[in-house]
Design a binder for this molecule. Structure first.
Ligand SMILES: Nc1ncnc2c1ncn2[C@@H]1O[C@H](COP(=O)(O)OP(=O)(O)OP(=O)(O)O)[C@@H](O)[C@H]1O
Length: 639
């Protein structure tokens, strides 16, 4: 029976991605084979696992799971065949016709906008094109596949240009074959002769040697008359890299393994290979990538640790083994004493898995600490890529607060370029300073120019400049670093004048000022009561007229905005307006208020002072149009 052929369109994003792939984004075309072998190997893993855990599949034969590479020089095709789980018609539509990765559209946009091939290549490298890489070397791809447990198979074919064909096919074996109708070799375009046995051998050895299923290639020479067909050649050694002693694994092998599992094309920034013996045995091979994936901060970003049990692949993205904030760590954990049927739920509650996770986290943080001590340049890059994620650890992983705080690298007023560690900050603290001062804000410039900074800068105090949104949150959760509390200079009282130390001259001065402003401050508090809860004198200003501060435990405006963006309703927190008692505008306001407290212009000036203080810290005005009108009116009157 010949079934009809359906023609379907690729999803819009898939079409765009294919266009990028076909027009050769990758300079290293050889990796298509790594990607197809990796898919085939996953399919074999899945079949093996399903046959062990799904009783309806108990009878199927899994003795000879393998990957076969077949060359047909006359037809100019290379086929990658596996006898794994296979795909149903719907799988083909959902998995191959569609890209389900979140953030794809944004990434494609960035690639389109990228100015040069290297940037585009880098971006696409973070994405991982998987199956689509076939179209770098083939102008047509045919997939024949039958899902285990189903009767009929499907033929899928496409030239990658926008549509693909589907057709039901009877008589297919379980598994998948991907046939590439190869483009002509073109050394200028990086297209090798992928019909050549030696080229195929070289690629498999380089990228897929540790694949745990045999990768076989039919002999290039056909059998001579009367002789039996020669045995296929197994191209890979199949040894699980993580099971080999560290001393016997070359750095190159680690890197290639990493690239295989991560689809990254850079070498990892750090490799961690460990073996735990005793009550719960396992091997772990973990990598800290050199660059963050494009979707590190999307909700669906996957954790990169795979779980194996005695060399059998169990699951990708094993969240029980790595906390969320270390989701960028890639690798493999092979546990010896777990059931193959283990589920994500069981793992979440397994005491031994908790122990493994604790140990892995310590190892990763320890490796980062070592890198920070020994290779500051590499560490700076890694922190640049993953610092934001690591700072999430300060919120969610209180067991490791100490270790994480040591890793924090923050911009500071101490140096315009170089960030500092908290330890280095503490070493530079002034005599008598007990808190670590920081200010959060959107950009370095905004923080540096913020009025809150004035007195601290004038008196030579160092302030950390925290500009990541997550900074707002962790600084509140962390009680102290090495006994020194973290103090926002935009919150609470900042006593730099020595009043706190019983400086009598300072106290007398302060009392005198309070008296001078005793009339103005309550009046201003009342006039601005819609916006602030108090107006008081400041000791943190030297040049600005005013600034706005919060109380020590107040939610900051940025946090308020963040919570609102996440759909949480919060009451608006009123803050405090602080005035600089020596500023001419403030003293003039006091005099004017003393002369005629009923003057309606005074309330308008108060609003302008409050609005300017909000603008100076990068905040949002409650009524920008009204502010502008008041400002222009008053300016006009001065001319
Ligand atoms: N040989 C195969 N056998 C069974 N399923 C396959 C095979 N090749 C691909 N698939 C299915 O198609 C999906 C998409 O493959 P593709 O290579 O595009 O992405 P991926 O492997 O999931 O992701 P990535 O390559 O980024 O890791 C796979 O997840 C798998 O479910």
């Amino acid at each position: 029976m010949v079934s009809s052929v359906e023609t379907l369109e690729f999803q819009a994003e898939t079409r765009q991605l294919l266009r990028l792939v076909i027009h050769s984004i990758y300079s290293n075309k050889d990796i298509f084979l790594r990607e197809l072998i990796s898919n085939a190997s996953d399919a074999l893993d899945k079949l093996r696992l399903e046959s062990l855990t799904d009783s309806s599949l108990a009878g199927i034969d899994t003795d000879d799971l393998h990957i076969a590479l077949e060359v047909d020089a006359d037809a100019r095709t290379l086929t990658v065949r596996d006898n794994g789980v296979g795909m149903s018609r719907d799988d083909l539509v959902d998995l191959i016709g569609t890209i389900a990765k979140s953030g794809t559209a944004g990434l494609l946009e960035k690639i389109k906008e990228s100015q040069d091939a290297a940037t585009a290549e880098n971006l696409i490298g973070q994405f991982g094109v998987g199956f689509y890489s076939a179209f770098m070397v083939a102008d047509r791809v045919t997939v024949l596949t039958r899902r285990v447990g189903t009767e009929s198979g499907t033929r899928w074919e496409s030239d990658g240009e926008g549509t693909y064909e589907l057709q039901a096919v009877d008589g297919l074996p379980v598994g998948t074959s991907v046939t590439l109708h190869l483009k002509p070799a073109d050394s200028e375009d990086g297209l090798a002769d992928y019909l050549s046995g030696s080229k195929i051998r070289q690629i498999v050895k380089q990228y897929s040697d540790f694949i745990r299923w045999p990768i076989r290639m039919a002999p290039e020479q056909a059998a001579a008359e009367g002789e039996s067909a020669p045995e296929p050649e197994t191209l890979n050694s199949m040894k699980a890299l993580w099971a080999r002693p560290r001393a016997e694994v070359a750095e190159e092998e680690y890197n290639e393994f990493y690239q295989q599992i991560s689809h990254d094309w850079l070498a990892p920034a750090e490799t961690i290979h460990m073996r735990a013996e005793g009550a719960f045995e396992y091997e772990a091979l973990l990598f800290i990538p050199a660059q963050a994936p494009f979707d590190l901060f999307s909700r669906e970003s996957r954790r990169g640790v795979q779980l194996y049990v005695k060399r059998v692949f169990i699951m990708d993205d094993c969240e029980a083994l790595m906390p969320d904030y270390l989701r960028f760590v890639k690798g493999v954990v092979d546990a010896h004493d777990l059931s193959l049927n283990v589920s994500r739920e069981i793992l979440q509650h397994d005491r031994q898995i908790h122990g493994v996770r604790r140990r892995l986290v310590k190892k990763v943080l320890g490796a980062l600490k070592d890198m920070q001590a020994k290779d500051t340049e590499r560490y700076a890059k890694v922190w640049g890529e993953f610092g934001r994620a690591l700072k999430e650890g300060l919120i969610e992983d209180t067991d490791n607060t100490k270790a994480l705080l040591e890793l924090v690298s923050a911009a500071s007023t101490h140096d315009p370029e170089e960030p500092t560690t908290l330890r280095a900050y503490v070493e530079r603290m002034k005599d008598g300073q007990d808190a670590i001062y920081y200010l959060t804000g959107e950009t370095r410039a905004m923080v540096e120019n913020s009025p809150h900074m004035e007195a601290l800068t004038a008196k030579g105090y160092e302030v950390l400049i925290l500009t990541d949104p997550v900074d707002e949150v962790w600084v509140d959760r962390v009680p102290d670093f090495d006994g020194h509390r973290l103090q926002s200079i935009a919150k609470g009282q900042v006593d730099l004048d020595g009043e706190a130390d019983g400086d009598e001259a300072g106290d007398a001065e302060k009392a005198k000022r309070e008296e001078e402003f005793a009339g103005l401050l309550p009046w201003l508090t009342d006039a601005l009561s819609a916006h602030v809860k108090q107006v008081r004198l400041s000791s943190r200003l030297t040049t600005s007229a005013a600034c706005i501060v919060g109380e020590a435990h107040d939610v900051t405006p940025t946090l308020e905005k963040m919570y609102r963006a996440m759909g949480q309703e919060l009451p608006t927190v009123k803050r405090i307006l602080e005035l600089n008692p020596t500023h001419p505008l403030v003293t003039a306001l006091r005099t004017a208020h003393g002369a005629n407290a009923q003057d309606p212009a005074l309330a308008e000036i108060a609003e302008l002072v409050h609005g300017s203080a909000l603008l100076a810290e990068g905040g949002d005005l409650p009524d920008p149009a009204r502010f502008t009108r008041l400002l222009t009116d008053h300016l006009a009157r001065t001319l």
